[in-house]
Structure formats: C-alpha cells, structure tokens
Design a protein around this ligand. Structure first.
Ligand SMILES: [Mn+2]
Length: 212
C-alpha cells in the first residue's frame, strides 16, 4: 500500500494516529518501523524493532512490516507465525501488534520482546486508567514463544501508545487529556526518547464510528 493511499483511506477511519521517530546517532535508516493498515472491518497496527540498529535492523523490520501489510486481516497468531518464518534469515526483531474490530469496538493485541504498548482511558470522573500489553520474551525470526493475545473493549477517546525501547518506559506520564495524537507522539519522542538506540512512538486514538 502506497503512503498516499493509506493516508486517504485513514481519513475515513474511526481512528486518529500520529508517530514520531529518530534513528540512532543521526543515521539515515532506522531499525524501528510501523504500519497502520486498514482492512475491511478493521485496522491493524504493527510496531517493530529490528535487533540492533542500522541497515541490518532495518531489513528485518521492513520485512516484518511487509509481511503484516500483505494480509492485515489475519489473526495475530497467524501474523506472528508468518513474521517468524519470514525473518528467519535476518538478525530478527521484536514486535507489538494490535487489531481493531471496528464494528465490535474491540481490539486485540500481543507482543514478542520489548515493544511496549499501553491503552489510556479517562473516565467521567477524570480518573485515568492504564492497560498494558503483555510482552512475551523472545525474538521473531529465531526463538519465538507463543504469543498471549489480550482482547479489550475500546471506547471513544481511548489513547493507545506504542513505544520501542528507544523510548523511556515512563512515556505514559505524558498522556493526559485529548492531546492530538501527532502532538503527543512528538512530545513523547522529545521528552522520553533515548539517544542510545533507534526510537519510535506511535499514538492512536479511537474516535468511534460516528455514523452509528
Ligand atoms: Mn531498540
């Protein structure tokens, strides 16, 4: 899917998103990649960190993203299994993935290795609640254990943040109110980005289906 096509179709989705990224050491390529990929009835978000950094890390990450984009509607078990096979000749990667079921207003997510993700919800009393993804240790492409997918209902206003390990794990402190996803991604990278690794943060906000 070309970048322009994906932007055009995302404008009609009940989801806003933004991202911010910075390669390690001012390098031209990053080993951290992502996709936000709509498919009939749903949206797939994948964030992948190729092991290490530089071109070899980028090769592994790009391959995982291409594998995900080739069949975005498949189950997360199928997705991770396919990526594990596809990356066997690479140095490997760690990855988080989430699939949103638009009609059911649910999402399911899973992670292998350290690509953190968290859902933030503010209730009517202004209390913030956080749900964190379950990260199973391992490397996609060499030693991948079974994923542990978790399903959650989503409500309009939910903010979901994905962060590679080039982002400090206190990134959740930055999430408050309804800051636009792109601004929030910029702020998280600026304040929580490490200078010792590639860094990528992806922010998605569920808007809900305004036609129902
Ligand atoms: Mn990393």
């Amino acid at each position: 899917m070309g970048e322009i096509d994906s932007v055009a179709s995302l404008e009609r989705l009940p989801l806003q998103f933004g991202f911010a990224t910075r390669p390690y050491g001012g390098a031209a390529v990053s080993g951290d990649h992502h996709t936000v990929c709509p498919f009939p009835g749903g949206i797939l978000i994948v964030v992948v960190d190729g092991l290490g950094h530089g071109e070899e890390a980028a090769v592994a990450a790009r391959l995982a993203i291409a594998t995900a984009e080739a069949s975005p509607g498949q189950s997360l078990n199928q997705l991770f299994t396919q990526c594990n096979g596809a990356l066997s000749a690479t140095r490997g990667a760690v990855m988080s993935a989430m699939t949103i079921d638009i009609r059911a207003q649910t999402m399911v997510w899973a992670a292998i290795g350290n690509v953190d993700a968290a859902l933030f919800r503010v209730d009517a009393e202004g209390r913030r609640k956080r749900h964190s993804i379950v990260m199973i240790g391992g490397v996609i492409g060499s030693r991948m254990l079974n994923i542990r997918p978790t399903t959650l209902a989503i409500v309009p206003g939910d903010t979901i943040v994905f962060a590679t390990d080039g982002i400090r794990d206190d990134f959740g402190d930055m999430v408050a109110g309804q800051t636009a996803p792109q601004l929030l991604a910029n702020e998280i990278l600026a304040r929580c980005g490490k200078t010792t690794d590639d860094a990528l943060v992806v922010v998605a906000r569920w808007i809900g289906d305004t036609h129902s």
